[in-house]
Design a binder for this molecule. Structure first.
Ligand SMILES: Cc1cc2nc3c(=O)[nH]c(=O)nc-3n(C[C@H](O)[C@H](O)[C@H](O)COP(=O)(O)OP(=O)(O)OC[C@H]3O[C@@H](n4cnc5c(N)ncnc54)[C@H](O)[C@@H]3O)c2cc1C
Length: 437
């Protein structure tokens, strides 16, 4: 099914941005007289990794043609979605559009789903039926859920027991359930085993829902059932919970029978590995995860469900000229965070621009800081610096670490402020957008 690649108007719009048009080929393929050292890069996914890659490719070399394929007109960030759930932000705060990437950076943005990739022909097939050719392809599709990974939990169940692990409608649904819950109700969150998107995310979530309960439904309780025995920033979270929320939050690790093995969404009930049953008033299931489906279609994911990459460039180890960034990758010890996706995307943009120009890519280095809010004015963080050591991604010895356990209120308040500054700077760095109220 050879569909036109992109239509003539789009092609002229795309190529007009670089002034590099000549003609359309027989399949509607744009034949470009590219500036020396440039090429056409297709980026799939306009979240933290993809939007950053598209923007920085244009910043590093404006002659590179960049087409960003993103399914949605707006992107809702998971970062700060917990703040929304806790009543500390509006949805508008976490919504970002693509106008800046188009108008200020000359990225050609196509709102469609990339349905398939033909790595031999260097083509991406879109939900519109169009095929887009690339010299280099960057995939940043984020996660998809493994709907077979947890008994009883599928897309229909998520309408009753939301995951809210991709932000947007699911986040709104969870918030409306929390608002409708009676004071004295039980909120249960099921946290998944590693690896998963945002290691501190479930623990920040219960913190901010506890904040909401404390303000509006103080007799309510939170039960956090965990498929593992340890979690990110654990001592800091547990100190904070006790200090701010008393006994409102109960965390149960896997060896204490916290591992949920089946879900009955109709009755808001879960069953654990050792046979306990728990009934919730609001049930939040964070399911097992894997790389977004397009990574599987492109043949870059392995049996783990995630994507192995060459450490220095994040090019796929399986298919040439495909680069993968963000949550979809196997990049441990880097966590699956928006900050890492953004940092990886810059390294990929630099590697591609260097390759077009016939240079070696500069040595890669990545930073990450994940802030979590325990309560308004009470922030904590974990940070790390990563580079390639002996052919593997590794944390630079002595870099990073977590917030101190014994510190004063002013320190926690500063970290809460840094969290907001981080979010706003990161949004601007990624989409060129800043919330103006
Ligand atoms: C509750 C929560 C809190 C978090 N807080 C933080 C935080 O404070 N700090 C932090 O750094 N990280 C945080 N994260 C993690 C962060 O959200 C992810 O790590 C980040 O979004 C990963 O970026 P990505 O580009 O890989 O994927 P995403 O940002 O999810 O972007 C993927 C995009 O690709 C699009 N897409 C997917 N497939 C296709 C396709 N086939 N065709 C077209 N488009 C497609 C999707 O529509 C989406 O827009 C949090 C996560 C959660 C769940």
């Amino acid at each position: 099914m050879d569909q036109p690649l992109i239509n003539r108007r789009q092609a002229l719009g795309l190529l007009g941005a670089t002034g590099a048009v000549t003609a359309l080929g027989s399949l509607g393929v744009p034949m470009t007289a590219r500036a020396a050292g440039a090429g056409h890069v297709v980026v799939v996914g306009g979240g933290f990794g993809g939007a950053t890659a598209a923007k920085f490719l244009k910043r590093f070399n404006p002659a590179v043609e960049v087409t960003l394929v993103e399914a949605s007109e707006h992107f809702y960030t998971c970062p700060f979605s917990n703040w929304y759930l806790g009543g500390l932000r509006e949805m508008a705060y976490i919504r970002h559009g693509y106008d800046e990437l188009k108008d200020r950076y000359g990225v050609h943005v196509v709102h469609a789903t990339a349905e398939d990739v033909d790595g031999d022909r260097h083509e991406v097939r879109l939900s519109t039926g169009e095929r887009v050719r690339y010299d280099k392809l960057v995939l940043s599709p984020g996660i998809d859920f493994d709907w077979d990974g947890l008994d009883g939990y599928d897309e229909a169940a998520a309408e009753k027991a939301p995951h809210a692990w991709k932000a947007g409608e699911q986040t709104r649904l969870l918030r409306s359930q929390l608002e409708a819950m009676d004071d004295g109700g039980l909120f249960i969150l099921r946290a998944p085993d590693n690896p998963f998107r945002c290691p501190p995310g479930p623990y920040e979530r219960v913190s901010l829902i506890a904040h909401y309960f404390k303000e509006h439904k103080p007799r309510s309780k939170i039960l956090l059932l965990d498929a593992k025995d340890n979690f990110s920033k654990q001592p800091l979270f547990m100190d904070g919970w006790e200090q701010v929320y008393g006994d409102m939050i109960e965390w149960v690790g896997a060896s204490q029978d916290g591992n949920v093995i089946s879900v009955d969404a109709d009755n808001l009930t879960v069953e654990t590995e050792f046979g306990s049953r728990h009934q919730a008033d609001v049930l939040n299931i964070v399911p097992p995860q894997q790389a977004g489906f397009i990574a599987h279609r492109a043949g870059v994911a392995d049996d783990s469900g995630w994507v192995p990459v060459k450490p220095q460039t994040f090019e796929s180890t399986q298919v040439d000229d495909i680069y993968v960034v963000g949550d979809a990758t196997i990049a441990a010890p880097m966590p699956k965070s928006g900050f890492c996706a953004n940092a990886q995307a810059k390294v990929v943009a630099s590697a591609i621009v260097s390759e077009f120009a016939g240079h070696e890519p500069p040595p890669a280095i990545w930073n990450n800081t994940c802030y979590s809010l325990i309560a308004p004015g009470y922030g904590i963080s974990v940070a790390g610096v990563y580079k390639v050591i002996d052919g593997q991604i590794a944390e630079v010895p002595g870099s990073g670490g977590v917030s101190p356990r014994d510190t004063d209120e002013a320190f926690r308040a500063r970290e809460a402020e840094y969290a907001v500054n981080w979010y706003e700077a990161m949004s601007e760095d990624t989409w060129g957008t800043r919330f103006r109220g």
